[in-house]
Design a protein around this ligand. Structure first.
Ligand SMILES: Cc1cc2nc3c(=O)[nH]c(=O)nc-3n(C[C@H](O)[C@H](O)[C@H](O)COP(=O)(O)OP(=O)(O)OC[C@H]3O[C@@H](n4cnc5c(N)ncnc54)[C@H](O)[C@@H]3O)c2cc1C
Length: 449
């Protein structure tokens, strides 16, 4: 464990600050810290999007007093620290969409950033494999999309060419994306936070925003409060709250929609002795009816290989296990008409996913389509992540990124920008998203340097 003298934190009162970092868990703990509780900008949410945005704003505006607040005891606690770790190339997304644009830009920025910061990544490439005839038109369509999106070096492969890249992988045709990679997005998030602190940014963990109110101080009109009656004031606010983006937006007078429905994605590990069965990412041709990419094989940066994720309704916003149940969250999900419509439409798919979750051997069957050699004896249960799936009242899934400054009420609403939807490939796109958010804040709030 190392102790580092560092920038200031918000809630303490004494002029001394230390942070302790355990090298493998990267758990940050703040002790007594100097505080000025008034900030030009407060960024709420210490996932990769909040951290990247706080970093970008502090690099552009070094004289502004900026804070990053997070409710957990370390950064990247939720989606940003529990994902597949893939650096996506930008193949899947609708041409012209924010996802298509920001993923392609974000991938380039991510590799450049990792090189500069010496963050380990693996450019292991990715195969999207059609194993059945009816998947070929979808595969060809995806290839066209990738080309339209400006993804570099894409190739279409025939069956025998697939095996030259992955000797055990079987398929009729495949897309090969050599620039797709893997990285630890949690490590990248921590590095963004480090940059932010080096620019003079203030961080505060264990601060769960529960309330916004209007201050009498016209210069810092937004008061942000946690559940312990700690308050901070801000001129402008950015929220990047992932699974809670709807709840936090409502606190500033914004509409509840897009509503966030939590979907757990469970992974299986290949046992270490079988990690050599796949070197590249191997993905199915996605079912165009769903926003999820399907169960894939991914070599992680730590040397383990994961299979997954599936998509199961979580019984609370942060429901990583079946036993994580929050009756309030669950009632809220079931009361939402959009969710009920979706559940009716995809009832059969939902039951199949649930069955596969209970019986991992069925999940193994999905990947045996590509690599027959993987058997149930080769897998063990692995980690899980929870996706923040944005949904409209009519039950449609909102696929693209949504950055919304649609005013909430009063002085508060007009000073807050909400990142309401940043699903996959949000981690890959994080540096590009941060630039777009900073541009938007500059143009809408016109804050001075
Ligand atoms: C299973 C899974 C696999 C994925 N795979 C990939 C992949 O391979 N590649 C890729 O590019 N993307 C992937 N993604 C998507 C990627 O992880 C997300 O797009 C990205 O992490 C979103 O970052 P975020 O900062 O918006 O959200 P989060 O990481 O969820 O961060 C939001 C933060 O806000 C905090 N917060 C919430 N409410 C409050 C409050 N009231 N007060 C204070 N703090 C609050 C939370 O504690 C949290 O830390 C995957 C996601 C999942 C779930």
């Amino acid at each position: 464990m190392i102790a580092i003298k560092c920038a200031t934190s918000i809630t303490g009162t004494v002029a001394r600050s230390f942070m302790s970092v355990t090298s493998n868990t990267a758990a940050y703990r703040w002790y007594s810290c100097d505080t000025s509780k008034k900030f030009d900008i407060v960024v709420i949410g210490g996932g990769i999007v909040g951290a990247a945005s706080a970093r970008e704003l502090s690099l552009r505006h070094p004289s502004l007093n900026i804070a990053l607040v997070e409710k957990e005891d370390h950064f990247a606690y939720h989606q940003s620290g529990n994902n597949s770790g893939v650096i996506h190339a930008g193949i899947y997304y609708k041409p012209g969409s924010l996802k298509a644009k920001l993923c392609v830009q974000g991938m380039e920025l991510a590799y450049k950033y990792c090189d500069e910061k010496n963050i380990k990544y693996l450019k292991c490439g990715k195969l999207i494999v059609a194993t059945e005839r009816h998947e070929i038109p979808v595969l060809l369509d995806l290839y066209d999309r990738g080309i339209q999106n400006g993804v570099k070096d894409l190739q279409l492969l025939e069956g025998n060419e697939i095996r030259q890249i992955e000797p055990l992988c079987k398929g009729l045709q495949a897309i090969w994306s050599p620039n797709t990679g893997v990285v630890s997005w949690a490590e990248v998030t921590e590095s963004y936070v480090d940059d932010f602190k080096k620019c003079g940014g203030t961080t505060n963990l264990n601060f769960e925003v529960k309330r916004f109110s209007e201050s009498e101080n016209a210069e810092y009109p937004v008061v942000i409060s946690d559940n312990q009656s700690n308050n901070i004031s801000a001129k402008y606010v950015l929220t990047c709250c992932g699974l809670h983006s709807d709840t936090v937006a409502v606190l500033t007078g914004c509409p509840e929609e897009p509503k966030i429905i939590p979907f757990r994605g469970e992974y299986l590990y290949l046992v270490p002795s079988k990690s050599n069965l796949a070197k590249a990412n191997i993905y199915p041709v996605p079912d165009p009816r769903f926003p999820f990419l399907g169960v894939h094989i991914t070599p992680r940066i730590d040397g383990r290989v994961i299979l997954g994720p599936n998509a199961i309704l979580a019984y609370c916003k942060e429901g990583y296990k079946y036993s994580d149940v929050n009756m309030k969250d669950l009632k809220d999900i079931l009361a939402f008409s959009g969710f009920r419509k979706l559940a009716m439409k995809y009832a059969t798919f939902g039951v199949k996913e649930l069955t596969r979750s209970i019986f991992p051997s069925l999940q193994v069957k999905q990947v045996q389509k590509y690599i027959q050699e993987i058997t149930s004896a080769d897998v063990e249960r692995g980690p899980a992540g929870v996706r923040a799936q944005a949904m409209a009242k009519d039950g449609s899934l909102i696929e693209d990124f949504v950055f919304d400054s649609q005013p909430g009420s009063g002085a508060i609403g007009s000073r807050v920008l909400h990142c309401r939807n940043a699903p996959s490939p949000g981690a890959t796109s994080s540096l590009a998203i941060a630039k777009m958010i900073a541009d938007k804040m500059e143009s809408e709030f016109k804050f001075k340097n």
